[in-house]
Design a protein around this ligand. Structure first.
Ligand code: G3H
Ligand code: 13P
Ligand code: ZN
Length: 311
């Protein structure tokens, strides 16, 4: 099956009360782990590439790896640009074979966000590509975006209809309390999501697909493994999986997960080196990392997203 856009995936997910996993890819082992899990669970999947991933692995290597995954599996796969911060990077990815792009102009004011998003939508739609935009600001750190907790802003539901109708965007990322990275809540703080905002947004945009960024749960067992095998991660609190399951039953059709994959790879590799101090073949330790990510993604698909059997 060739690469698909997210249009059909989101329509079915909205109607079926589940979400599609959008997993960040940076190298071959990660692409293989995610797509093998999705194939085993018969789940549609979104592979997403950040600006940092393009810099690390190069655009052409990532698109060729995804092409290989397409040849090797029978599930619907969308290739998505994560957090595009300009028209130019979105255009590059549209021209370079992506089926979906995110334009993240959420750090600009409302009208400027609309202007940039509209420009990307026009170019993308002319080329059969779908667009995700963001309204509101998540806290957290990625390569390209660094928003402190004080600067984070929940999405204002009163703005969403105007934003969607003036931009023509296909899906909308909203800020309801998730954040990027492994440290989402301060120690002792109780994780909370603003489901009231999600409900009000979906009341104003019936049938419209909503996206949740910063949705890693920061699996405690992996943090423990990292620390048991020589790591020094402070206590980390992520988004409880039952909250994500709840969101997936509502209007949330795409759930972004990266930090959990990073943690799974690191836990498995650290464990491997301590248990096999004589090993030096990357296939051995990266193989363990790949297996562990595959198992994690299967768990997310079945127990969190609910998209197993929906391919
Ligand atoms: O939300 C962003 C993703 O986790 C990508 O992170 O920019 O470090 O590749 P990155
Ligand atoms: P996490 O850092 O919670 O995995 O979020 C990833 C993300 O939102 C990618 O866009
Ligand atoms: Zn994100």
């Amino acid at each position: 099956m060739p690469l698909v856009t997210t249009k059909e995936m989101f329509k079915k997910a909205y109607e079926g009360g589940y979400a599609i996993g959008a997993f960040n890819v940076n190298n071959m082992e990660i692409v293989q782990a995610i797509t093998e899990a999705a194939e085993l669970e018969k789940a549609p999947v979104i592979l997403q590439v950040s600006a940092g991933a393009r810099k690390y692995a190069k655009h052409v290597y990532l698109t060729k790896l995804v092409e290989a995954a397409i040849a090797d599996t029978s599930i619907p796969i969308a290739l998505h640009l994560d957090h595009g911060d300009s028209f130019e990077i979105c255009k590059d990815c549209i021209d370079g074979g992506f089926t979906s792009v995110m334009i993240d102009a959420s750090h600009y004011d409302f009208d400027k966000n609309i202007e940039i998003t509209r420009k990307v939508v026009e170019y993308a739609h002319d080329h059969g590509v779908v667009v995700e935009a963001e309204l509101g600001k998540l806290a957290g750190i990625e390569d390209a975006v660094n928003v402190s907790a004080e600067d984070a802003q929940f999405t204002n539901p009163a703005e969403v209809e105007e934003f969607v109708s003036r931009t023509g965007v296909d899906s909308l990322a909203i800020a309801i309390g998730t954040s990027h990275g492994a440290y989402k809540f301060r120690p002792g703080q109780k994780p909370q999501l603003r489901f009231d905002i999600l409900d009000e947004v979906s009341r104003r945009l019936p049938g419209f697909p909503i996206v949740l960024h910063g949705a890693s749960s920061v699996i405690a067992a992996d943090v423990a493994t990292v620390n048991q095998y020589g790591g020094q991660m402070p206590d980390a609190i992520g988004i409880p999986e039952e909250m994500l399951r709840e969101a997936a039953k509502k209007a949330v059709c795409k759930i972004n997960i990266d930090s959990d994959l990073r943690l799974a790879m690191t836990a498995a590799v650290r464990k491997h080196f301590v248990e096999h101090p004589d090993h030096f073949d990357p296939r051995q330790y990266l193989g363990d990392g790949r297996d562990h990510i595959r198992d994690l993604v299967r768990h997310k698909i079945v127990d969190v997203l609910g998209c197993n059997g929906k391919a």
